[in-house]
Write a protein that binds this ligand. Structure first.
Ligand SMILES: O=c1ccn([C@@H]2O[C@H](COP(=O)(O)OP(=O)(O)O[C@H]3O[C@H](CO)[C@@H](O)[C@H](O)[C@H]3O)[C@@H](O)[C@H]2O)c(=O)[nH]1
Ligand SMILES: [Mn+2]
Length: 632
């Protein structure tokens, strides 16, 4: 089964910094302006198209410098291509004229049918050619972003990950996706990660507890050595693991240790269903079960979601809504870790050990409702996150789509905060790459024509389509606001109940969510907030509102992503395609793309093959640490 599953990676590649630095982004900003290199480099296809603007500040806009560079296809390539299109167009029109003049009088119906088909093909060919007349590549300038914003001024981001079934979308993929997000190089107090579990399974929830525990080790390790990529399965799957640093011996020791912990995590994650089943059987056969064969959490309470033995109110498509803040919002000051000791052999005394906010949620499901698959899940996340973190920007990943570069969250900010058209930009789409694909890509499974051709072509018009994953949105664009009216002070709350549903807490959160400079502010999850969150997750909440039509992700269509993007384009918003600069820089030290390495294979190790400590109670780090302290 695993072999049939491809795993997507966000394909943005930014050079790894040299030297022993803790912050890749800081070093990148100081020493190596990314876009400048891209411009300076000899490129066979692309030429810079914005020299005037890039060399100085934007006219009449103080000292605000552009945050991305624009490249166009060289005239020597583009003009002959345009000429070819013209020649083919003339040939097609002449062919139609010939067809009309030479009507087949013996079979008029046949002639008419083939004429309609030909005209349709000609028309769709023309539609396909038009965007290709002017492909545009836009490359984020992370150095300029660092100068412009610095860490302190970067806005908040809410990251939404969706999953449904721990088998169809393997649990280990989701675990790695979340770890790659938690370890990304964005100010840790400025983003929050939400996992929506449409299956409502305890396995997903407990996997997130495991993730949170392992992140205590994994995230500081990534920061200490600037490792890439930060999805551990992919990192440890590489033949060699490069790192930015000079402490080779210490790195090898730390690396061995983290790898061993990761292998143990995999075993525990693999055996979660067995662990939960055994625990539940034990509870159910004891007096605590009261005759109900429930599924039990590690703390001895009944799981409110789907049970192993499905019963009324605890089965797929029928369970209560759940929100659990697994990692709270961190403080805004760095917290250095402790030096190496017998308990903790890794020296994190110079590393910030804070972790970003992590929330598990599963919306309410009831029979008789159309839950609208992913679109429904995304809309619930949009509302719930508005009360918990309310970041002005939102990023969407499917559960099988990890971030393969730690700078990835900064890159779309270059488009969103750019002084030229940033405020009119509703979303930024990343390219996608696929692991587990034949390295020769014989069957074009990487879809390069689409991701490296069509998308760049659309980029020259109003912008690329939304492709459902690897996308950053402006929150207000998702609320259905139009670009000229998006400013916080212009958001009118009167009469919004009809559009956004009855929650006044949610409606009151909207102006804040529109301030693009805003970070995220911690909230206390008290009883009142819990009640508000429960209301926002109910199936009935959207009844009679504009959700799924003019607000949020669009309903009643299999390709909700493309249509949601179209709605924004229709309102006048534009979108951007976030390009990689590697091909433009022959001096680049970029490693090969993930797609050519194809090293991702989920573990199939059996639960019993792991260490003996993986009992239902070994959730704390100390229990595991003591079991693995023997030297390898
Ligand atoms: O009831 C559901 C069904 C699906 N999903 C999630 O939605 C995502 C996409 O669904 P999937 O069935 O895996 O579709 P794909 O064809 O793999 O996804 C592509 O195509 C979809 C339809 O265009 C888009 O929604 C996706 O974002 C895009 O990546 C996955 O993360 C699922 O976990 C839910 O959250 N709830
Ligand atoms: Mn999928």
């Amino acid at each position: 089964m695993a072999a049939a599953v491809t795993r997507r990676a966000n394909a943005l590649r930014v050079e790894a910094p040299d030297g022993n630095t803790e912050s890749g982004r800081a070093s990148l900003a100081a020493d190596s302006p990314v876009a400048k290199r891209a411009v300076d480099a000899k490129d066979d296809v692309w030429v810079a198209a914005d020299e005037g603007e890039a060399s100085g500040s934007i006219a009449g806009d103080g000292n605000r410098t552009p945050l991305f560079r624009t490249f166009k296809v060289k005239g020597s390539i583009l003009h002959p291509y345009r000429f070819m299109i013209l020649v083919r167009l003339v040939a097609i029109v002449a062919f139609f004229a010939w067809r009309v003049k030479h009507k087949n009088h013996d079979g008029v119906w046949l002639w008419a049918t083939s004429m309609v088909a030909d005209v349709w093909f000609g028309f769709s060919w023309l539609l396909n050619q038009l965007p290709k007349l002017n492909p545009v590549k836009r490359v984020p300038d992370l150095a300029a972003l660092a100068d412009h914003s610095g860490d302190a001024n970067l806005p908040g981001i809410d990251i939404f990950v969706t999953t449904v079934d721990p088998v169809d979308e393997p649990l280990l993929y989701t675990v790695n996706t979340i770890l790659s997000i938690l370890a990304t190089d964005y100010p840790v107090d400025k983003y929050a990660c939400y996992l929506s579990d449409d299956g409502g399974t305890l396995v997903h929830y407990e996997a997130m507890i495991e993730v949170a525990n392992f992140a205590v080790l994994w995230v500081p390790f990534c920061r200490k050595y600037c490792v890439e990529p930060r999805s551990p399965e992919n990192y440890f799957g590489m033949k060699t693991q490069p790192y930015a640093g000079s402490m080779a011996g210490e790195f090898m020791r730390d690396h061995r240790r983290v790898r061993r912990e990761y292998d143990e995590l995999k075993v525990r994650v693999d055996s979660l269903s067995t662990t939960i089943r055994q625990r539940s059987d034990a509870y159910n056969s004891s007096t605590k079960g009261d005759g109900v064969r429930a599924t039990w959490m590690a703390d001895g309470t009944q799981w409110p979601g789907t049970w192993i033995e499905q019963v009324e109110n605890h089965r797929r498509g029928q369970h209560a809504g759940i929100v659990q803040v697994i990692l709270g919002h961190p403080s805004c000051k760095p917290q250095l870790g402790s030096p190496a000791s017998s308990d903790n052999p890794l020296d994190f005394s110079n590393v910030d050990t804070r972790l970003p906010m992590l929330v598990y949620m599963s919306r309410e499901k009831r029979p008789g409702y159309n839950h609208q698959k992913k679109a429904g899940a995304m809309n619930v996340m949009l509302r719930v996150s508005a009360l918990l973190s309310n970041a002005p920007f939102v990023v969407n990943f499917d559960g099988d789509h990890y971030i393969n570069n730690s700078q990835a969250l900064c890159a779309p900010m270059c488009f969103m905060l750019d002084p030229r058209d940033g405020q009119n930009t509703a979303f930024v789409q990343f390219p996608q790459r696929f692991d587990d694909v034949d390295p020769t890509d014989r069957y074009a499974n990487h879809n390069r024509v689409f991701f490296d051709g069509t998308m760049l072509s659309l980029n020259g018009l109003q912008g690329p389509s939304y492709l459902g994953t690897g996308t950053m949105f402006r929150r207000v664009a998702l609320y259905g606001m139009e670009p000229p009216r998006y400013r916080a002070e212009n958001i009118k709350l009167a009469g919004k109940v009809n559009e956004f549903g009855s929650s006044t807490s949610f409606i009151n959160s909207m102006p804040d969510g529109a301030i693009q400079e805003r970070s995220i502010t911690p909230v206390l999850v008290d009883e009142a907030l819990s009640n508000d969150l429960a209301t926002l997750m109910t199936c009935a909440y959207e009844d009679g509102s504009s959700w799924g039509r003019d607000v949020g992700w669009v309903y009643n269509i299999a390709t909700e992503d493309v249509v949601t993007g179209f709605r924004m384009h229709r309102q006048g918003w534009r979108s951007m395609y976030c390009s990689t600069h590697c091909s433009a820089s022959p001096t680049s030290t970029c490693r090969p793309t993930r797609s050519s390495r194809c090293s991702f294979w989920p573990t199939t190790s059996s639960p019993s093959s792991g260490s003996s400590q993986s009992s239902s109670t070994s959730r704390g780090r100390s229990a595991r640490t003591s079991c693995t302290s023997s030297p390898s």
